[in-house]
Design a protein around this ligand. Sequence first.
Ligand code: ARG
Length: 466
Amino acid sequence: MNKKSPVSRSGRFSGGPAADVAQFTESISFDWRLWQHDIQGSIAHATMLKKIGVLKQNELSAITKGLNQIGKEIAAGKFAWKSELEDVHMNIEAELTRRVPAGAKLHTARSRNDQVALDVRLWLRDEITALLGDIAGLQRALVSLGEKNADVIIPGYTHLQRAQPVYLAHHLLAYVEMFERDCERLWDCHSRVNVCPLGSGAIAGSTLPLDRELVAKLLGFVNANGEVQLTQNSMDAVSDRDFVVEFAAAAALLAVHSSRLAEDVILWAGAEFNFIKIADAYTTGSSLMPQKKNPDIAELARGKTGRVFGNLMSLLTLLKGLPMTYNRDLQEDKERLFDTADTVRATTRLMAAMLNNTKVNQTACAAAASDPALLATDLADYLVHKGMSFRPAHHVVGAVVALAEKTGKPLNQLTLAELQGIDKTFGHDALDVFNLKTAMAKRNLTGAPGTKEVAMQLARWREQLS
Ligand code: ARG
């Protein structure tokens, strides 16, 4: 074998690629991250090759031992990656073969095309599992903050204008619901990641009698019913990156949710709202203004959506118009995938840590929630109870609000005479509507921010997340 030539060029080529070509085409600088899964896949493949008689037992043992040893060296940072060997697959195989002669048989009936598809699936499967754990942590942080402040009522907003009172916990649990849908989407994506492509070869499988089921079983490619999951078309299997796009799309929506939560946190931490105080360790200062305490974690959670959305767009563009089957373009999937996974995982963890170190300013919340205008709709409902149709009731209360504005009085300070001056339907009990505590107790529809309902939802989530 020509010493300068990478394994993939031996025989056919007279030498290695030009230096700038090697630099342009290499992927080891980023796909080294797949090493654990590459080794895992190779051991399963070798085990199968032994079963079908391609490898002898001593050869399988030597290969397995060699791969595990290489794995230890990589983990310890002692493995010398060579960029002229292009990618993680060739680096590991070449080093194995240098140490173990039987390593030359490892690539039997395997191509880097099905190998890389396998490695990415194995890597992503683990990453999704870890991300689901990170999301659960963020959900728990939201539930805890809600529980610690179970009595706190704040204005709910539409158009960022005060609308109706809600428990702070109800607002926080809205995000728990969003993140739960993210988990469902990721788990659904996982079912399509969890399909074994090995045995597809370069494009057309192999003439050797591979046992694809065995490899899939060894690598845990089974569904919830224990059925082995194998790709069913070798051409699709080596060119399919739909599962990467699906993950990037689910991650993009997760990033949207984190960003919306971040925006609420940023607003609430500002002096104008003053609803929360983030612990010093989770904020940063200004290099110029000594008084500043900035919610940078939340701002970066919001800002990092840009790269996560961009990665999704890159991946879609990468796949569009690719002829069948494997094309080197596909190598461009990895950095986008890694960046998306790293970004959403870090964001999720840091947002959780920040919320676990955030205190609610109950006084400021109570002051904001005491605005009687938040209960204007309740006053219209009062008229409905008295038999008025809702449209005219809405109109009457509108006139009440206008009068309050004109006289400079809060809504609940108007006299019964003033109310009856607008409509005779108002009775002595009209102003009872402005008791916030009873108002909250009344909102007991499923999904509404009623006192009992919110307590029930907090308990439901606490249990579900434990
Ligand atoms: N580094 C390649 C990738 O990431 C591995 C597969 C290369 N296959 C090939 N025939 N050149 O996609």
